[in-house]
Design a protein around this ligand. Structure first.
Ligand code: 6PG
Length: 483
């Protein structure tokens, strides 16, 4: 707590767990923190339970909250994305003065952030859409933070955000990403990559559990072993924790008690929708989103469960050694994860060009090394890749990653083949391999598609041997004309 004369350097509106934890993080790092929640109980709970952790200034109204902030005022909104955020933005804007800064720390859709930033700028205020990744634990102990908005706000915000962000090798996992919606855009893609990362872990689990017959406890150890190598990451680490968990009520592995229908708040869907508009194939992320949707289609799954499977084989039938298969699956997971990251960075590059943000991929790889859900040792390699060549046409072309693919590709192919022979779904493993083979292919079936389009719609085609657009007179003498 603090005396009435002091002003707060930062304020947090919305004191659910994420907001409270972020406020505590600021207070623990020596800042005086103004706090407000529409229902006063949450404010009182924060102060009674954690008031001793630092200097808090509780407020009973938005006006009181704003009055307790030093200039330029900096207020972080940590409420549900959507209409609740718009309501709080309006209340803050009405009470704030020129030069003050409103930060939206929720998972807002980047196009909403672009709109809001323009509206708030017209009122002489600054609006920063900031992706904050790391969940409740990250908010308290160090998230990865992706602020967008005017570069001019970084002077007032940077030191504050750096003090609370996760640190890797002493470097804070926060930087100014780019103007208006850039921060929320890269957070959205972060979440899309997160979906793909979780799905490829799920596909590895599916194969080793149901084709190779390992138990959840054995697989917990497999993932712990994998976490010592190239797959060292938060998501692999928590996977072993989840697989080790035994349900107290039944004594069974918790993973067998959980209903196999995945939720999704929307950021993965947004990533795919944005990629479709940008013309960027994020096949891994897309298949991960669709896999969640399919898992949730309970009625359809109930009806389709008995569809003919064809002749299914076992690893034994196929003469596949279980131990060797574990290593092959690890390689297929790593390769598919690499594809998802390469596609995610392609989308960020395309978004940055489309919206004029000038996002630096090195910045993202650097601040994603810690604090966020996709934090992983592997991101250090992505930093190296973009340090060596910021203009890489694809992350896969970085010599290190090309070398990794050399090591991974045969196992990856074996695993996709075996998965189809044993009848286990691996939508991201398989689609990522086809994406990779498409990138490698000298000729794609798009030539035939162009012929079909010209046949039924006279949509024309280009030739490989000379410039121009051409159309064949399919319903006449089938001669070709240049158009
Ligand atoms: C993070 C998380 C966070 C949230 C997800 C949940 O970066 O801290 O991604 O944003 O937990 O948005 O998303 P789904 O419900 O869509 O899995």
């Amino acid at each position: 707590m603090t005396d009435g004369s002091k002003k707060a350097q930062i304020g947090v509106v919305g004191l659910a767990v994420m907001g409270s934890n972020l406020a505590r993080n600021f207070a623990r790092n020596g800042h005086t923190v103004a706090v407000y929640n529409r229902s006063q109980e949450k404010t009182e709970a924060l102060i009674s339970q954690h008031g001793g952790e630092g200097d808090f200034i509780p407020a009973a109204s938005i006006e009181e909250f704003v009055a307790s902030l030093e200039r330029p005022r900096r207020a972080i909104i940590m409420v549900q994305a959507g209409t609740a955020t718009d309501a709080v933005i309006g209340q803050l804007a009405d009470a704030m003065e020129e030069g003050d800064i409103i930060i939206d720390g929720g998972n807002a859709l980047f196009s909403d952030t672009i709109r809001r930033e323009a509206e708030i700028a017209e009122r002489g205020l600054n609006f920063v859409g900031a992706g904050i990744s790391g969940g409740e634990e990250g908010a308290l102990n160090g998230p990865s933070i992706m602020p967008g908005g005017p570069q001019s706000t970084w002077e007032a915000l940077g030191p504050l955000l750096e003090s609370v962000a996760a640190k890797v090798d002493g470097t804070p996992c926060v930087t100014h990403i780019g103007p208006d919606g850039a921060g929320h855009f890269v957070k959205m893609v972060h979440n899309g990559i997160e979906y793909a990362d979780m799905q490829v872990i799920g596909e590895a689990y599916q194969l080793l559990r149901y084709a190779a017959g390992y138990s959840p406890a054995e697989l917990a150890q497999v993932f712990r072993d994998w976490n010592q190598g190239d797959l060292d990451s938060y998501l692999i680490e928590i996977t072993s924790e989840v697989l080790d968990q035994v349900d107290a009520e039944t004594g069974k592995p918790l993973v067998d008690i959980i209903v196999d229908q995945a939720g999704q708040k929307g950021t993965g869907r947004w990533t795919v929708k944005a990629a479709l508009d940008l013309g960027i194939p994020v096949t891994g992320i897309g298949e991960a989103v669709f896999a969640r949707a399919l898992s949730g289609s309970a009625a359809q799954r109930e009806a389709t469960g008995a569809l003919p499977a064809g002749t299914l084989q076992t690893l034994k039938d196929l003469g596949v050694d279980r131990e060797a298969f574990v290593e092959d699956v690890r390689k297929a997971l790593y390769a598919s994860k690499l594809i998802a990251y390469a596609q995610g960075f392609d989308e960020i590059k395309a978004g940055s060009e489309e919206y004029g943000w000038n996002v630096d991929p090195r910045d993202l790889a650097t601040i994603w090394r810690g604090g966020c859900i996709i934090r992983a040792k592997f991101l250090n390699r992505i930093v190296d890749a973009y340090d060596a060549d910021p203009e890489l046409p694809s992350l896969l072309l970085d010599p290190y990653f090309t070398g990794e693919l050399e090591e991974l590709i045969d196992a990856w192919r074996r695993v996709v083949v075996i998965a189809t022979q044993v009848g286990q779904p691996v939508p991201v493993f398989a689609s990522s391999l086809s994406y990779y083979d498409s990138l490698r292919s000298e000729r794609l079936p798009a030539a035939l598609i162009q012929g079909q389009r010209d046949f039924f719609g006279a949509h024309t085609y280009r030739r490989v041997d000379k410039p121009g657009s051409f159309h064949t007179l399919w319903s006449e003498d089938r001669s070709e004309v240049e158009v």
